[in-house]
Design a protein around this ligand. Structure first.
Ligand code: C5P
Length: 403
């Protein structure tokens, strides 16, 4: 999972610096490339030779190292990495970062970069708990810097408490989690999928042919980009994706209640094939054949879940996406549907039998938004899901228009 990733590892001065050697090893074992930077104080604890021998590359030490400047330059050095990791991050380095100092190579790299930064602090417990460090930490976290540790335990100075550098494995996990996070990290997305079953009596029901394949693929793709997904699914034939919160439901009304309970969310994608009607005469007794004639079923309209969420006055997700399965005049019908329902996008497809889309592996969709209709080429349902998930990630990342 770290394969091919380039980590710029800044080793600060502290007794825990020796653990950074182990960290280099573990990162390399996972396939990462590590470029080490050693601060002056760091050199007191580990030698440049051991760091560069382990990293298999020269260790950067000096801001005014002209050879390095000519070859690369400190600005480029800080930006060529996928992630900057500071381990150990001393109280002094954190203070410099919080204040924006740039008076040595490490602090200059940290200030010059637009690459995300992960800190693994390590210091004496009193230094960690000092209001100045607390202030600096809050400032850095507010600036978007990520932090792993410190752990609690006995320290080299004989004191006990929080301040120990996180173990190398824990730091590797934090780094891996960062790369796993994806553009939808921190975003909560509700996805409906599958058919609904509307009971006629305790043993019979009205259903439809939805397999749940497209909704499942969308949920999986959103999860793969780091979203927290609540997957509200009717009785589908394909299994739900891994890593999502699965809320199984049967009827449209249960689905509506589950969606309501899952909000607030940043986005909602309605891929379920929801029954438009339910049988109001469904009781708890099985209908019997009778010589008095055929049974009559009474129907009531089901709640339109998509419309209800899209038209919420409060707590509406920033992005509401519906699907529209049409058999003719797809764009025209789906465009009207988008307006009628009040959703942001409609993913429309032609499900007329000749297309082979219903129950098939592929889909050919047109995404309709207020900026028009975007026709996507025919592709596997998984590929449609991945393209849609990327589009959702882009939309949620874009700054909100000022209204
Ligand atoms: O109105 P129609 O069923 O064609 O609209 C399809 C879209 O509306 C899909 O996104 C579907 O999940 C959603 N829908 C819903 N609740 C309903 C009916 C449809 O959420 N009762």
């Amino acid at each position: 999972m770290l394969s091919g990733k380039h980590i710029l590892l800044i080793i600060g001065g502290g007794i825990a610096a020796y653990k950074s050697l182990e960290l280099i090893r573990r990162l390399q074992d996972k396939g990462a490339r590590v470029t080490p930077v050693l601060t002056r104080a760091g050199e007191e604890f580990v030698t440049p030779l051991s760091v560069s021998a382990l990293a298999g590359t020269a260790v950067h030490r000096d801001l005014f190292d002209l050879t390095a400047e000519a070859e690369m330059g400190h600005i480029q050095l800080s930006r060529s990495a996928d992630l900057l990791v500071v381990a150990p991050a001393t109280a002094d380095l954190m203070a410099k970062m919080a204040q924006g100092h740039a008076n040595d190579l490490a602090s200059t790299l940290l200030l010059a970069t637009d690459t995300p930064i992960l800190l693994a602090p390590a210091m004496n417990v009193r230094m960690w708990q000092h209001p100045a460090t607390r202030r600096n930490l809050a400032q850095l976290m507010g600036d978007g810097v990520q932090v792993v540790g410190p752990d609690e335990g006995g320290m080299a100075c004989g004191e006990f408490g929080p301040g120990r550098l996180a173990e190398p494995d824990e730091i590797v996990r934090a780094i891996a989690a960062y790369f796993d996070a994806g553009p939808l990290a921190g975003k909560r997305i509700v996805v409906t999928s599958g058919p609904t079953h509307e009971p006629i009596d305790p043993v019979r029901y009205i259903a439809n042919r939805s397999s749940g394949a497209q909704g499942t693929a969308v949920a999986r793709a959103l999860r793969a980009l780091g979203a927290e997904v609540v997957f509200v699914t009717g009785p589908a034939t394909v299994p739900p994706p891994e890593g999502v919160e699965v809320v199984p439901v049967e009827t449209a009304r249960e689905m509506a209640a589950a969606v309501d309970a899952a909000l607030p969310a940043d986005a909602a994608v309605f891929a379920a094939a929801v029954a438009d009607w339910r049988v109001t005469s469904a009781g708890d007794r099985k209908l019997k054949k009778s010589k008095d004639g055929l049974p009559t079923l009474d129907f009531a309209e089901n709640p339109d879940i998509l419309k209800g969420v899209a038209q919420r006055q409060t707590g509406r997700p920033a992005l509401v996406v519906g699907f529209a399965a049409e058999t003719n005049d797809v764009i025209e019908h789906a465009t009207a549907k988008r307006l009628r329902k009040g959703c942001d996008w409609i993913v429309a497809n032609d499900v007329s039998p000749a297309t082979g889309i219903m129950g098939g592996q592929e889909n050919s969709v047109t995404v309709i938004s207020d900026s028009g209709a975007e026709a996507w080429p025919r592709m596997a349902k998984e590929a449609v899901a991945e393209k849609l998930a990327r589009k959702i990630a882009d939309a949620l990342a874009a700054p909100k228009p000022v209204t």
